[in-house]
Design a protein around this ligand. Structure first.
Ligand SMILES: [Zn+2]
Ligand SMILES: [Zn+2]
Ligand SMILES: [Zn+2]
Length: 139
């Protein structure tokens, strides 16, 4: 069956490979960029939106995807080296104002920010808005 790669991937992350999770993961593997819940829903028209959402939340919990919160939208991108214990993908993201795609800048480190005394960092997100390489090539 065609979903063997996905099944193995989920088992390695200790996630039970349900049919829905396999389909969502298969779609994520086919995406080059971060996708929103709506995009996953459009790609899987027979699936229930709340089931897709639950799959994405499970993936996030077990280090399969990380989420990028944009102003009114959350997108999800596949993790590269994360585990259920810790997300290691602390990289900036780039949002293209023209084509609306969101790209992982995996090779760029987040800037170290010196917080004032008695402030404790819990999460650091870095989202850059601009024009992506593809849109720049057209212009
Ligand atoms: Zn991650
Ligand atoms: Zn673009
Ligand atoms: Zn990312």
């Amino acid at each position: 069956m065609a979903l063997q790669k996905e099944e193995l991937f989920l088992k390695n992350k200790n996630i039970k490979p349900t049919a829905m999770r396999l389909l969502v993961l298969q779609y994520l593997f086919s995406c080059e960029e971060a996708v929103s819940l709506n995009q996953v829903e459009e790609a899987l028209p027979n699936a229930d939106k709340s089931t897709i959402f639950r799959s994405l939340k499970t993936f996030e919990e077990f280090g399969v995807v990380h989420s990028i919160r944009e102003a009114t939208l959350t997108k999800y991108a596949l993790c590269k080296t994360c585990t259920a214990e810790v997300h290691t993908d602390k990289h900036p993201h780039f949002h293209c104002n023209k084509c609306d795609s969101t790209i992982c800048l995996s090779h760029i480190l987040l800037p170290q920010i010196q917080l004032p005394e008695h402030f404790k960092l819990q999460e650091q997100e870095y989202l850059i808005h601009g024009i992506c390489d593809k849109c720049n090539a057209i212009a």
